[in-house]
Design a protein around this ligand. Structure first.
Ligand code: ASP
Length: 320
């Protein structure tokens, strides 16, 4: 069984120097590592790029997507991606929403660089190879494999700045665990729509809601050339009333506005019927995007505007 490993950089590819600072090294240590491979696995390794994950853009994600699509034609049975953890969930979500049905794709990283005590990189890399080579991983979309746990790209998020147990799935928990002997999946997944795209054009900022928020930032954005806006609203999906005039201006320009919640758990719904409440936001044309965080909603909207979807189809794709 041929598995393709695509290295993209991140802490997993870095080293700590004598001053205690962590930085990319001349050579990616993963390229000279010798992971233990499951029986019958033939690992082909490529360094597609080597960047810290705050440098990752949707263009990098598109390149990865195209490489994985070529891998299918080259008879690979699964793909492993190593990636910086800061934006790992975004790359995972992008790939899941575009080509997640293609073959098992496991993405991993490390919280401790390659020469630090307790470095988790090589261990996570081996775990991800095991998951990508596991027949049960088929049909589960892109999987985030870290610290002996398997999470879906759709719901996982980085929750801690430094702890190795940083990746968590709020509300639902991991879908599987990795033990010495087995890969165990413990949840059935609901299906989700996927759309393949060939470009990632568009400016979509994220704005966070807060008590006392005014419309000034949204106002400034409505005067610039944005292609969409994601707002992290309050609670079940509400905004301070002072934001409404600017929001209406933006919506009048036909700019899609997507609402998620700044809450860690739960989904947004148009429940509240007061000024700035979800009811009013929905009536104004704000799209309620459920169950994903703002950084993923931004990618979902980016995928939607680069697809052939009509306005009505785009709304239902985003609300799904
Ligand atoms: N800042 C690093 C990065 O995302 C963190 C990591 O890899 O864990 O590239």
């Amino acid at each position: 069984m041929k598995i393709l490993a695509l290295h993209t950089g991140g802490t997993i590819a870095m080293k700590e120097n004598a001053a205690g600072k962590v930085a990319p090294d001349a050579g990616n240590p993963l390229l000279t590592s010798a992971p233990n491979l499951p029986t019958g696995v033939d690992l082909v390794v490529e360094e597609i790029f080597n960047v810290p994950s705050p440098h990752i853009t949707p263009e990098h994600m598109l390149l990865l997507k195209k490489r994985i699509q070529r891998a299918e034609a080259e008879n690979f049975s699964g793909v492993v991606i190593t990636h910086g953890t800061d934006t790992l969930e975004e790359t995972a979500y992008f790939l899941d929403t575009t080509i997640g049905g293609l073959m098992p794709i496991a993405i991993t990283g490390a919280m401790r660089s390659s020469n630090e005590i307790g470095s988790d990189g090589l261990y996570n890399f081996e775990s991800a190879i095991r998951v990508a080579a596991c027949p049960e991983a088929q049909g589960k979309g892109v999987l985030v494999v870290m610290n002996d746990e398997i999470h879906t790209a759709r719901y996982v998020t980085k929750t801690h700045t430094t702890n190795v147990a940083t990746f968590r799935t709020p509300t639902l928990g991991p879908i599987g665990i990795i033990t010495k002997l087995h890969i165990r999946f413990m949840q059935e997944l609901t299906s989700s729509d996927r759309i393949d795209i060939q470009a990632v054009n568009g400016l979509i900022p994220i704005v966070k809601g807060y008590a006392g928020m005014h419309g000034d930032l949204i106002e400034a954005l409505s005067e610039s050339d944005i292609d969409g806006l994601v707002i992290e609203g309050l609670g079940a999906g509400n905004l301070p009333p002072q934001t409404l005039p600017a929001l209406k201006k933006l919506l009048a320009k036909k700019v899609p506005v997507v609402l998620v919640s700044r809450c860690f758990n739960g989904i947004v719904e148009p429940i509240y019927d007061y000024q700035g409440g979800g009811q009013e936001l929905q009536q104004l044309g704000v799209i309620f995007c459920n169950g994903i965080n703002s950084q993923k909603a931004r990618l979902k909207l980016l995928i939607a505007i680069n697809s052939q979807l009509t306005e009505v189809e785009r709304k239902s794709f985003l609300e799904e």
